[in-house]
Design a protein around this ligand. Structure first.
Ligand SMILES: Cc1ncc(COP(=O)(O)O)c(C=O)c1O
Length: 468
């Protein structure tokens, strides 16, 4: 009989992880901070061509790129003369299971099948569960998805309820939990009991799968416009979307493309709080994940996170819930496309960017997901009202996460907010110091931190001194 107490299961974490992925992270780890990131990515054994081939077998990738001419015109109507970049969207709803997460699940499913696992398990309340379930279905693997769905009153956020439905539709068993710390414990027990593959969001297999997204954007923009995109806007939660896309753009030679992260501003709401759980109208792509994951990626269910967004990020914009709802409806009415909340978060940031950029420049937005049922903006707005949140029209500066959603009256009012990148980097360094005291940092730690922050070693040393 195995000891299933919390402490005992957590104590077996490393051996469970090793057995459920067939990957020994100790081979790359130098210290509690530094590890050989590129070696970890290379050791997956998959080239970009391999990934594309694998994905095409399971209905992933080669999604369309559309130019949003009407929205571009709408931005130009109030932009300064000569401003108003061309806005394109990469339509990731066209992947199997309806989101870019299919890219992320596809290589794990291939790997699980190749290594003879009977099934896959993942802890996620997002699109990723549906993606894993759909990829598993095509590869004849079993699938278990663990989700935080409910608050303590048993009320489920409509978007997560929709995702539960999708997972079950693709044949997965779904374990529904309420908000709390037991998700990881439950995942470990499931992996140990079933011997399934750990399809964590944060493995190098997942991030390798997203690289094709950046690569395709580069190729499609080049073929259509004869140049590289000037900026790509990427919705940020755990940071894998940004990491994989940026790596794919770099692999295609786009080293001057501006990588812009974007999240919905949910400042003041706590992600692990039962009371706040149903007071947010977005379940991903928000600051509740975006900021903590950017500033300490290794807070995950594998020993090291392959999603490391500050390595690649040039700018981080925040948008309000009301602004995203407005732009969601505008996309439908001007462009005839209904798409999901996470992608429209980026589209909202792109409006602000396009307004500042020249007319002949190109900004690409990842429309990362489908919409419908609980994901739809009308359902989210009625759920917000049911939870006592005021919804009104006016100046979006009046948005207060969890209290008020203010939908702009005009596109011109969509402004977003740029975050201070150095503040994020400093916060990362403080987290690194908690993981490993500064007095013990050696050359490999400094070099790793510099690469992880897109800075040089001198900057890291100076920042550490300033932070005391
Ligand atoms: C549709 C969609 N877009 C964007 C994101 C953000 O991706 P990441 O968590 O890798 O930052 C997610 C993740 O939940 C998502 O489901």
């Amino acid at each position: 009989m195995r000891d299933l107490s919390y402490a005992a299961v957590m104590g077996r974490k490393n051996e469970i992880m090793k057995a459920s992925m067939g990957m020994d992270y100790n081979a790359f780890i130098h210290s509690p901070i530094a590890f050989d990131y590129e070696r970890m990515m290379r050791d997956t054994g998959y080239s970009l061509d391999d990934v594309m081939r694998i994905q095409s077998d399971t209905k992933v990738g080669q999604t369309p790129l559309f130019e949003l001419k009407n929205l571009t015109e709408a931005v130009r109507a109030f932009a300064e003369p000569g401003k108003g970049a061309r806005i394109f969207v990469k339509d990731e709803a066209a992947n199997a299971s309806g989101s870019f997460k299919a890219r992320r699940a596809s290589i794990s499913a291939f790997e699980a099948q190749k290594k003879g696992y009977q099934g896959m398990a993942a802890a996620t309340s997002g699109n990723y569960g549906a993606a894993v379930a759909s990829q598993a279905a095509m590869r004849n693997l079993k699938c278990i998805i663990l989700q935080e769905v409910f608050d303590s009153k048993g009320v489920g956020q409509p978007e997560i309820v929709e995702k539960s439905r999708a997972c079950e539709a693709y044949g997965a068993e779904v374990q529904r939990l309420s908000v709390g710390p037991e998700l990881f414990y439950q995942l470990l027990m499931t992996l140990e009991e079933t011997g399934f593959f750990n399809a964590s969001l944060y493995t190098p297999f997942g991030i390798k799968g997203v690289e094709t997204l950046g690569f395709e954007i580069a190729q499609q923009v080049q073929a259509r416009c004869g140049q590289a995109p000037d900026a790509v806007v990427i919705t940020h939660a755990g940071g894998g979307n940004l990491t994989g896309t940026a790596r794919g753009l770099l692999a295609a030679g786009c080293d001057r493309t501006r990588i812009v992260a974007c999240s919905v501003d949910l400042g003041g709401l706590h992600m692990a709080s039962d009371a706040d759980f149903n007071r947010k109208s977005f379940t991903t792509g928000h600051t509740g994940f975006g900021v903590p994951f950017a500033t300490w990626p290794d807070r995950v269910d594998v020993p090291r996170n392959a999603a490391r967004s500050l390595r690649y990020m040039d700018e981080y914009q925040l948008v309000s819930q009301g602004e995203v709802f407005f732009v969601t409806e505008l996309l439908t009415k001007l462009e005839g496309l209904e798409r999901g909340p996470a992608g429209n978060t980026s589209l909202t940031a792109a409006v602000t960017l396009a307004r500042q950029m020249d007319c002949d420049q190109i900004v690409v937005v990842q429309e990362t997901e489908y919409t419908g049922a609980g994901k739809h903006h009308n359902r989210q707005l009625s759920f917000a009202r049911e939870n006592g949140i005021e919804v009104r029209v006016g100046d979006p500066a009046g948005n207060v996460p969890g209290r008020t959603i203010v939908i702009p009256e005009r596109l011109e009012q969509v402004r977003g907010k740029v975050q201070d990148m150095d503040r994020l980097r400093h916060s990362y360094l403080k987290n690194a110091a908690k993981a490993h005291p500064v007095s013990l940092w050696d050359e490999s730690d400094h070099a790793f931190l510099a690469a992880d922050l897109k800075k040089d070693v001198a900057w890291v040393k100076q920042a550490v001194q300033e932070l005391g």
